[in-house]
Design a protein around this ligand. Structure first.
Ligand SMILES: NC(=O)c1ccc[n+]([C@@H]2O[C@H](COP(=O)([O-])OP(=O)(O)OC[C@H]3O[C@@H](n4cnc5c(N)ncnc54)[C@H](O)[C@@H]3O)[C@@H](O)[C@H]2O)c1
Length: 210
């Protein structure tokens, strides 16, 4: 029996990259996984892969930057499986490494809406459900950029630090109610997210006069 046998987990941004790997791992450990992603095709492919492998998976298309859609994602998951035990707030986008002097308003707003408000919307909606059920687990995706100052652009660095702060706040506020809240802070991982960044950095090095 897997370590997550019969647990229900929503994983945002699980149509690709790190989220998809989390979904595969949770499913192998016996969890029923909700594949929640903005990209419908990637979402459907992940659901297909997991169900064909004999796992339980259900797809919900969501833009985590939209509170109504996040609420719908959680309601639909509870309707489908009767409960939710784990919420992984993984969906996120980059900021093209825009430094402070070059921050574009649309990039700033997009990164805050998806990477920060999206995490808050998910936690705000799931916590009362966890309280009713006697507990639950939240996993928020930060980054090494959330712990250091020099690994991303301004907006991405700001939100990943904020995710660490929100995680500590929720852990301390709700820990006594059996609600755990932790963050993950990975270094660079080659996904669709990191690849353009890698190309950008290699071009920067190539152009460097040094
Ligand atoms: N790849 C890395 O090097 C790295 C390092 C540290 C942290 N992270 C973080 O890990 C998380 C996942 O990154 P990844 O590398 O797997 O990225 P990825 O681009 O490979 O996958 C992200 C997934 O999130 C989905 N998504 C994007 N915006 C969304 C939205 N508004 N609503 C719902 N889904 C949305 C995408 O469709 C995609 O399937 C992000 O929060 C990222 O900041 C990544």
């Amino acid at each position: 029996m897997g370590r997550l046998y019969e647990k229900v987990a929503i994983i945002t941004g699980s149509g690709a990259g790190i989220g998809k790997e989390i979904a595969r791992t949770y499913a192998k450990e016996g969890a029923k996984v909700v594949i929640a992603d903005f990209a419908e095709e990637a979402m459907n492919e992940t659901v297909k892969e997991l169900t064909e492998a004999g796992h339980e998976a259900y797809g919900v298309q969501v833009n985590v930057a939209d509170n109504e859609q996040v609420e719908k994602m959680i309601n639909e998951s509870i309707e489908k499986y009767g409960r939710v035990d784990i919420l992984v707030n993984n969906a996120g986008v980059g900021d093209n490494m825009q430094a402070a002097a070059n921050v574009e308003d649309n990039t700033w707003n997009r990164v805050l809406d998806i990477n920060l408000s999206g995490v808050m919307y998910g936690m705000r909606k799931i916590i009362p459900h966890f309280q009713e059920n006697g507990g639950g687990t939240i996993v928020n995706m930060s980054s090494i950029t959330g712990l250091t100052g020099g690994r991303g652009g301004l907006a991405y660095t700001a939100v990943k630090h904020a995710v660490v702060g929100m995680t500590k706040n929720v852990a301390s506020q709700y820990g006594s109610e059996n609600i755990r809240c932790n963050a993950i802070a990975p270094g660079s991982i080659e996904t669709g997210f990191a690849l353009p960044l890698k190309i950008l950095l290699s071009r920067l090095r190539f152009c460097s006069p040094a």
